[in-house]
Design a protein around this ligand. Structure first.
Ligand code: DMJ
Length: 593
């Protein structure tokens, strides 16, 4: 098992003449309150058996028949608009409006809270994640966007802060996952985009070294928190002996790229070991419950979902495959299996509008007393990354030619590629349908009325296909009704646009941008979350999440930029939208093989 490091000392994809296939494109945090894992981990076998039973009895025949339909001949790929002429040039007016919005956000933060981890635009102040002091969360998460958008002055000031003020020596616990994706990801991306400014690589290595103790566990799975001063992994009080699947499996792009840059095996080996454990624990069809036991490496009896605590597991399967230029077939296999599992168990259609959505599987007692799975028709906004991701996977993992056209032609994709492309397109449409609210912004969580379930909501005055649970008029809005400036729909729109050149995706992104401007923009500077997407005038929550600048505005900027800016064939975006270059290994000795 893991001994070598074939993946480094090589060339980035841009250096190569072989540009085999086209490729790129991003999720853990708190959509819904996450249930605690049950105290006892159960053997994977029990889960496996119950999923198989579930499959046979509920889905398999119908799904197989549906899959066969994708084999038929087509002139246009299902999900591609016939006769649309692809556009590759910038939409300058819209792009510049996004840059103005970014400055509105950044300049307010810089004025009121420079260096603090988080920003509160209404009270015009900053706070840190812990009382021990900040770790540059907002500055580092935002700085690569400044380079990308050509905001040179802002970039120089942010760089000076990182050079002079940043310290990671904080005696408090920080999230392993969040620190990796935002801080390490931001530093590594800026290192590359700045043409190799060593300040960023040094800082990335410093934070990586402080995060490494998280992996010192019996299984090799990381503890969810790390004390950055004591250099000790720390369990999460809420999840005890467990770490969420997404948190454990969304560190790989960052640590692997650092290993590639520094030639230090340890970074690669620690995160690959995590994948070895996850692979061994995987359920049939690649689906993963959202909690895994850190000591044993066995999944806990916990929900299977594509939203919070599950999402970026699936995202990083594809992206690990893309990061090393499609050379690590093991990740392609794991990704393909997982996508098939999603189609078999989670993909649903709603009534009456036939919207494709993804449900959750909740472990429960069946009538015979055994463990079974109950379908919960709930979709976090976080799942909206998956539309673009499926399309990207279709043109890479699902391609049967080296160069896929824009938009792809039917004969360029495998049956699975066609299936995933179409599902991706459909899922984006569903996510856009959840923007059909008073504010045109999506809720944190939507429930769907499924074809396959009895209609329990008939007669209620609710949106036909989906609704926000616990949101009766006159009552305080539930947390599900919030919009916290999340990027997932625009992330998918960006990828879809790059892969199709279809300006319809740009128009959808522009409508979302306008809704953000109308309802979230604070006149004195910055943007704030809103408490209820279905209420106008809106009520604000005094917080601007760091992903507003690092993801939402960056993806919007890229959506309106010309196609040569950060092409998906050369970059893979980490789950926090930090672009990292694709590179190629010289040998194949993955420990997963
Ligand atoms: C981001 O921090 C990342 O995309 C993460 O993977 C999921 N949640 C947020 C954005 O919604």
């Amino acid at each position: 098992m893991a001994e070598s490091h074939p993946h480094r000392r090589i060339k980035t994809k841009t250096d190569q003449t072989d540009t085999s296939k086209t490729q790129a494109g991003s999720k853990v945090d708190g959509g819904s309150p996450s249930p605690k894992p049950f105290a006892l981990a159960i053997p994977a076998l029990v889960l496996l058996a119950s999923l198989v039973v579930y499959s046979v009895s509920h889905w398999f025949p119908l799904r197989s028949l549906q899959n066969l339909l994708y084999f038929r001949d087509e002139t246009y790929l299902k999900g591609v608009r016939p006769n649309s002429v692809p556009v590759f040039t910038a939409d300058e007016a819209r792009r510049d409006a996004v840059v103005e919005a970014f400055k509105h956000a950044w300049l307010a933060y810089e004025r009121d809270a420079m260096g603090d981890d988080e920003y509160h635009p209404i009270s015009q102040k900053g706070t840190n994640l812990t009382a021990a002091g900040g770790i540059g969360y907002t500055v580092i998460d935002s700085i690569d966007a400044m380079l990308i958008m050509g905001l040179d002055d802002e970039y120089e000031r942010a760089r000076a802060w990182i050079r002079d003020k940043l310290s990671f020596d904080r005696n408090a616990s920080f999230s392993t996952f969040e620190t990796t994706i935002r801080v390490m990801g931001g530093l590594l991306s800026t290192y590359y985009l700045s043409g190799g400014d060593t300040l960023f690589l040094e800082k990335a290595q410093q934070i990586a070294d402080r995060l490494l103790p998280a992996f010192d566990t019996p299984s090799g799975l990381p503890l969810p928190m790390v004390n950055l001063h004591l250099l000790e992994g720390v369990p999460d009080r809420d999840t005890g002996d467990f770490v969420s699947t997404a948190e454990a499996s969304t560190l790989q792009l960052e640590f692997r790229y650092l290993a590639y840059l520094t030639d230090e095996d340890i970074y690669w080996d620690k995160v690959e070991k995590v994948m070895v454990v996850l692979k061994a624990a995987t359920l049939p069809h690649g689906l993963a419950p959202i909690f895994i036991d850190i000591e044993t490496g066995i999944y806990g009896l916990s929900p299977i979902r594509l939203g919070s605590r599950g999402d970026s597991y699936y995202e990083y399967l594809l992206k690990q495959y893309l990061q090393t230029n499609q050379t690590e077939d093991i990740y392609r296999q794991m990704y393909d299996e997982a996508m098939t599992g999603i189609h078999m168990y989670l993909a649903q259609r709603s009534v009456p509008g036939n919207l494709l959505n993804t449900a959750e599987l909740i472990p429960d007692r069946a009538k015979n007393g055994k463990t079974g799975w109950r379908l919960l028709p709930k979709q976090d906004h976080l799942v909206c990354f998956l539309g673009g991701s499926l399309m990207l996977g279709a043109t890479t993992s699902g391609a049967v030619v080296d160069h896929v056209s824009v938009p792809p032609l039917p004969n360029e994709l495998s049956p699975q590629g066609k299936r995933d492309w179409f599902t991706g397109v459909e899922l984006i449409k569903t996510c856009l349908a959840t923007h059909n609210t008073q504010t045109k912004l999506p809720p944190e969580i939507a429930y769907f009325r499924l074809r396959s379930q009895k209609d329990k909501n008939s007669g209620k005055k609710l949106p036909p296909d989906w609704y926000i649970k616990g949101s009766p008029p006159g009552k305080p809005p539930p947390l599900d009704a919030r919009y916290i400036l999340r990027p997932e729909t625009v992330e998918s729109l960006f990828i879809a646009f790059r892969l199709t050149g279809d300006t319809w995706y740009r128009d959808q992104g522009w409508a979302i941008f306008q809704a953000i401007e109308k309802h979230c923009r604070i006149p004195t500077g910055g943007y704030a979350s809103i408490k209820n997407v279905d209420q106008v005038p809106v009520e604000h929550e005094d917080k601007m999440e760091t992903f507003m600048m690092s993801e939402t505005l960056k993806y919007l900027y890229l959506l309106f930029s010309d196609a040569s800016v950060l092409p998906l064939s050369e970059y893979v975006f980490n789950t926090e939208a930090h672009p990292l270059p694709i590179f190629s290994p010289i040998a194949d000795s993955s420990s997963l093989l």
